[in-house]
Design a protein around this ligand. Structure first.
Ligand SMILES: Cc1cc2nc3c(=O)[nH]c(=O)nc-3n(C[C@H](O)[C@H](O)[C@H](O)COP(=O)(O)OP(=O)(O)OC[C@H]3O[C@@H](n4cnc5c(N)ncnc54)[C@H](O)[C@@H]3O)c2cc1C
Length: 379
């Protein structure tokens, strides 16, 4: 391990990065640094302590990143200390930065020799789980006005396992007017970007409502919002036997240790996750749900219990994605009890408004809030 404040150089035989790669990495560096400092502070601290030469560091900030490594400022007992942590070899392009940074976290964990899981390690474990499952529609059932349950079964789902109560997958189906999939198990977003428009699959994220491992089946609940949405148009016509690919699984539900109260904020698209979160509510936790639906006939059966309160909001003729309904109802909640975690899945502007309220007005910490834009209403 190097001395505090030293700049550990890249291995001597490492090839120097080309000027093109240096420029490419410089271009993405501001965004990468912002994400490292905002979302992966605990991973930076692990790296700073184990590989940056300051085991007693109490905080770490990334101040620079280039093809050969990352510059940190470690918060030591005697004040800030600069440190340089080199990659084993310089990256070959901007797309290799994330894997190289995650690799530093893995090495830091080995060197530290202690247990635990930082955000970076969680992200790496999640990335390793993601693959593309080829399967097919086995059943289609209407479960509410404009809400359709589609069951996928068989094929690669034998090996599927959810990764959280809000487990979501990217559904890939044939391009409009086609019946065969244009993607395979090797699907990647790089491949997707290179596909001809006519070959690109129709796709959107959907949440796992139920998982029956013994039958290798998953149910999803899809909002039917008309034919202007290609995924909605596909769901409108889906039939048993239709081929689908599912890219995932992923989760955005990470209540910090100590959480004992949930605030769950959703429109119809987030309700499948809310239902599973409530089904899996740990003993002793309480939950407040704020759920927006079209009208009283669109309310859903959600798990109930002594610690669960549900507030239904009806749009009653207002368009989906009306931004103020959810935030006004969250604003009206009394002081949140215990150690709260706010999770949400709904229209983008509605989620932004709720985030502003819970972060700025209720003062919740970043880790106590996970509000995901599930779809975007036309502005
Ligand atoms: C993590 C995650 C999980 C999700 N889980 C679910 C789920 O379980 N069930 C579910 O139904 N959706 C879910 N969604 C939302 C779904 O992915 C979006 O609604 C998606 O836009 C649908 O694609 P599309 O091709 O039908 O429409 P798009 O091509 O994306 O949009 C076409 C038009 O339809 C409008 N639109 C899109 N979605 C809706 C909607 N729900 N209501 C009204 N208008 C809409 C858009 O504003 C746009 O004008 C999830 C999204 C995310 C990110």
């Amino acid at each position: 391990m190097s001395a505090p404040g030293s700049r550990t150089a890249a291995p001597e035989d490492a090839p120097a990065p080309s000027p093109d790669v240096v420029a490419e990495v410089a271009e993405v560096a501001p965004l990468v640094l912002a994400s490292l400092n905002d979302d992966f502070a605990d991973s930076l601290l692990l790296v700073g302590r184990a590989l940056g030469g300051l085991p007693e560091a109490r905080g770490a900030q990334a101040t620079g990143v280039d093809p050969a490594g990352v510059d940190l400022v470690l918060e030591g007992p005697d004040g800030p200390v600069p440190a340089r942590v080199a990659f084993p070899e310089p990256v070959a392009g901007a797309e290799a930065l994330t894997p190289a940074l995650l690799d530093l976290v893995t090495r830091a964990r080995e060197v530290a020799g202690e247990g635990g899981e930082t955000e970076g390690e969680r992200a790496a474990a999640e990335a390793a789980r993601i693959r593309t499952f080829l399967t097919e529609v086995v059943a289609v059932t209407d479960v509410g006005p404009h809400l359709r349950q589609i069951t996928f079964g068989g094929g690669d789902l034998d090996d599927f396992a959810p990764c959280g109560p809000d487990t979501f997958l990217y559904l890939l189906v044939p391009p409009p007017g086609r019946t065969e999939l244009t993607v395979g198990r090797d699907f990647s977003w790089e491949q997707h970007a290179r596909m001809d428009e006519a070959e690109k699959p129709v796709g959107a994220y959907y949440t796992l409502r139920r998982w029956r491992p013994e039958a290798a089946e998953v149910d999803v609940h899809l909002v039917l919002h008309g034919d202007e949405g290609p995924a909605s148009a596909w769901a409108q016509r889906a039939e048993p036997g239709d081929p689908v690919a599912l890219w995932g699984p992923r989760t955005a539900y990470h209540p910090p240790a100590g959480t004992d109260h949930l605030v769950l904020v959703a429109d119809e698209t987030g309700l499948p996750a809310v239902a599973v979160i409530l089904e899996q509510l740990p003993e002793g936790w309480t939950a407040q749900v704020v759920a927006e639906v079209a009208d009283a006939s669109a309310r859903q059966d959600l798990p109930s219990g002594p610690g669960i309160e549900v507030t239904w909001l009806h749009r009653d003729g207002l368009p989906p994605g009306t931004p103020d309904l959810l935030v006004d109802a969250v604003r009206a909640l009394p002081a949140l009890p215990g150690t709260p975690y706010v999770w949400g899945g709904a229209e983008s502007r509605a989620m932004t408004a709720v985030r502003r309220h819970v972060r700025d007005e209720r003062g919740l910490a970043r880790e106590a809030v996970s509000l995901v834009a599930y779809w975007r209403a036309p502005s």
